[in-house]
Design a protein around this ligand. Sequence first.
Ligand code: ATP
Length: 252
Amino acid sequence: MIEAVGLKKDFKSTAKGAKGQTVQAVKSVSFTCRPGQVLGLIGPNGAGKTTTLRMLSSAIAPTAGEVRVQGLRLTQEQMDARRQIGFLSGHTGLYQRLSVRENIEYFGRAYGLRGAALSGRTDQLIDQFGLRQYADQQVDKLSFGNKQRAAIARTVVHTPAILILDEPTTGLDILGAKLVNDFVLDYKRSGAAVIFSTHHMHEVEDLCDEVCIINSGVSVYEGQVAALLNETGTTSLHGAYLHKITTPQVSA
Ligand SMILES: Nc1ncnc2c1ncn2[C@@H]1O[C@H](COP(=O)(O)OP(=O)(O)OP(=O)(O)O)[C@@H](O)[C@H]1O
């Protein structure tokens, strides 16, 4: 289980004309993602989703609030807790000069896998992500879609109990997106907690057990889609979402 508890993140702006000013990227975000659940994270551009996910993965520290993993506070020093997390973002690194197989093995070794366990897991992921024919190709020669598959494969090489995916299907074609979505459903069925940010409402409907809406740095809804429709008096997630992000909130 992973919880965001009153997360807040301020940055110092480096933008021309606003240098040194405080940017409140995340003001107050709270939600819980339990084992065997996919939580969809949605919100307008610039709402604070990526910043929130970076705090959850301990890539950056919150200005206030905390992340709890299995009920315990996550700090950047807690290696054991961090090993339970897999985080895919737009910046998830693949070594461009290494092959798909070498990349997966490299990250597997970093998580302590060795020998038959490492080669077995690598082969399993290569097959699961449809990368068999590209397994020994250098990553910089791959299409965007195959790079994304390889990036997800390397993110889950250590079978993390908590998987955080930041817009994993952006830029993928229909088959590529389906493969990722099918993987997410399989992965949650294995008992993992999965957080999935997206701009595609149909993915929330198809994949997510609960949804969290972030607007202007504040989580304005967390719960089931059915309850959201009920609360907003709407008949579609699209309508409910628009209602939530355009209606002034009394409280988060
Ligand atoms: N390192 C940073 N320094 C300064 N401002 C930042 C930094 N990172 C993010 N921001 C700002 O914080 C706000 C939230 O950004 P964030 O990337 O978290 O939004 P998002 O919801 O993921 O957006 P999108 O849907 O477009 O990916 C934006 O105004 C962004 O410009």
